[in-house]
Design a binder for this molecule. Structure first.
Ligand code: NDP
Ligand SMILES: O=C1O[C@H](COP(=O)(O)O)[C@@H](O)[C@H](O)[C@H]1O
Length: 495
């Protein structure tokens, strides 16, 4: 990791007229500017095919910042933005891009530092990386970094091919593969909660933990991303990346220090230890679903197949739940349950660590139902940690009742935590690769989900199998019930 001086760089965004740039990248760069994380020594070059002028590009950047930012505040910021239209498959156009970058480099004193941010469909990644190399756009004087958006491939083979293309132009150390969950405040907090608290780390194993549950539910449906989503599905869209990343952070051994290489090496060991389930056995570990018509807040909702013409008769899964077993000394026998899906009851990402009961619980008979100790890490929409304990029920007699100790992040920090993209962009500018995915992680994750997808591709699912606005198909509940567990609720008010 490099030192944390105010970074100076040119940021070249391929796909600057697109949705991601508008919704996430421009506002994040603005927050970095507003908060003094970047100074005046930066410029952004936007690339797309649309024949926009610098002025039109700047006014789009300005609009992306929302109404809370005044014209005066935005003026200085947008003056750092330049637009350079061309088709990225037109090799000759990279020459003029090079000239523009050299000019801006001297105007903005960026010392040769360049971030090439590929906010475009993956089929362009190889072409762009090759042209950047061929036309010497990688800097000789400063550093050059390539930021790549998901999806990183469609399966292991295509990811491997994509990686070969990129690594023929950039070293692994220059490649920053974005997984925006790794930029979320409470996902980053997993390591701190585990490794800075004696009370947890000593219990963090199969002798004291009975199971771990990770839920990432979305109330939104497929929206206007039918083309992308229908070839992806929930497994490629969420499990291969975000969900498995959270599993590795929860399960990894303490690294010898906090260097990116050490953390990565521990995460990779977990991915290698995840049980590779036989094809015949996959139904005992993973279930899939697709939403049908339903209701949310009294409003009727369409089913997935009715959301767009091209989704008619689709057998793409919009929901996945699974049991992941990590066959190593620490975790043997402890299921890590994951579930994620669209058009569920509510937007919620949370982790529940369920501790085993004590060998002889004197209050067992007097308790209503099961109330094991739970550590809940709330990732969104609320950020915080809750520990569920049992204490005496106030009043006569001696009965135990569950109580909770809660820490809500916003209440303590009062300011909004930075957006995931804001942190990740800053990490990239200071050369911190900790929260980006290494090829070894990506490849092992693909190998894991490929087995599941291969099995599913051979069978016709009985879709739809859950109503929009519910928490998913019955099969997901059965998955835990047969192990003697149940999903802990996602009610945010219970956190
Ligand atoms: N949007 C999101 O929330 C998220 C997006 N992503 C990923 O980010 C990437 C971009 O997504 P998104 O912004 O939604 O996509 P959009 O379709 O909104 O934007 C695509 C961008 O690519 C440009 N483009 C397309 N073809 C060419 C070409 N031949 N030459 C030059 N520019 C071209 C378009 O510019 P023009 O039309 O002017 O040519 C546009 O700026 C994708 O990989 C997506 O999976 C990842 C996570 C979330
Ligand atoms: O990567 C993706 O993530 C979003 C969910 O992200 P979140 O930060 O809102 O939890 C998901 O909607 C999208 O389909 C997927 O591509």
């Amino acid at each position: 990791m490099e030192n944390q001086e105010i970074p100076k760089a040119l940021i070249i965004i391929f796909g600057a007229t697109g949705d991601l740039a508008k919704r996430k990248l421009f506002p994040s760069i603005h927050r970095l500017y507003q908060n003094g994380k970047i100074g005046e020594d930066f410029a952004v070059v936007g690339i797309g095919r649309r024949s926009w002028s610098n002025d039109l590009f700047r006014s789009n950047v300005r609009n992306s910042l929302g109404d809370d930012v005044t014209e005066k505040e935005s003026e200085a910021f947008i003056s750092h933005f330049y637009y350079h239209p061309f088709d990225v498959s037109d090799s000759a156009s990279y020459k003029s891009l090079g000239t523009l970058l050299n000019d801006l480099e001297s105007d903005y004193h960026t010392e040769g530092n360049r971030i090439f941010y590929l906010a475009m469909a993956p089929q362009f990644f190889g072409t762009i990386a090759n042209n950047l190399k061929k036309h010497n756009l990688k800097s000789d004087s400063g550093w050059s970094r390539l930021v790549i958006e998901k999806p990183f491939g469609h399966d292991y083979d295509s990811a491997r091919k994509l990686n070969d293309q990129i690594t023929s132009a950039f070293d692994e150390s220059q490649i920053y593969r974005i997984d925006h969950y790794l930029g979320k405040e409470m996902v980053q907090n997993i390591e701190v909660i585990r490794f800075a608290n004696g009370i947890f780390e000593h219990l963090w194993n199969n002798r004291f933990i009975s199971n771990v549950q990770i839920t990432s539910s979305e109330a939104l449906g497929v929206e206007d991303r039918a083309n992308y989503y229908d070839v992806s599905g929930a497994t490629r869209d969420m499990v291969q990346n975000h969900m498995l990343q959270m599993v590795t952070l929860l399960a990894m051994e303490p690294p010898i220090n906090l260097n990116p290489e050490e953390i990565r090496s521990e995460k990779i060991k977990i991915l290698r230890a995840i049980r590779a389930v036989d094809e015949d056995n996959i139904d005992n570990y993973f279930v899939r679903g697709q939403y049908g018509p339903g209701k949310m807040f009294g409003k009727k909702l369409r089913g997935y197949q009715e959301e767009a013409e091209e989704l008619k008769n689709s057998d793409t899964e919009t929901y996945v739940a699974g049991k992941i077993m990590i066959d190593n000394y620490r975790w043997a026998g402890v299921p890590f349950y994951i579930r994620t899906g669209k058009r569920l009851e509510k937007k919620c990402t949370k982790i529940v660590v369920e501790f085993q009961d004590i060998p002889l619980n004197l209050y067992q008979e007097k308790r209503r139902g099961k109330s094991p100790n739970l550590l809940v890490i709330n990732i969104q929409p609320n950020e915080g940690v809750t520990l569920f304990l049992n204490a005496k029920k106030p009043g006569m007699g001696s009965f135990a009742e569950p109580i909770k100790l809660s820490y809500t992040h916003e209440a303590v920090n009062s300011v909004n935590t930075p957006e995931a993209y804001e942190k990740l962009l800053h990490d990239c500018m200071v050369g911190d690769t900790t929260n980006f995915s290494h090829w070894d992680e990506v490849s092992l994750s693909w190998r894991f989900v490929d087995r599941i997808l291969k099995k599913w591709s051979k069978e016709e699912p009985d879709f739809p199998n859950y109503a929009a606005g519910t928490m998913g198909p019955q099969e997901a509940d059965d998955l835990l019930e047969k192990d003697g567990f149940h999903w802990w609720p996602t009610n945010n008010e219970d956190d």
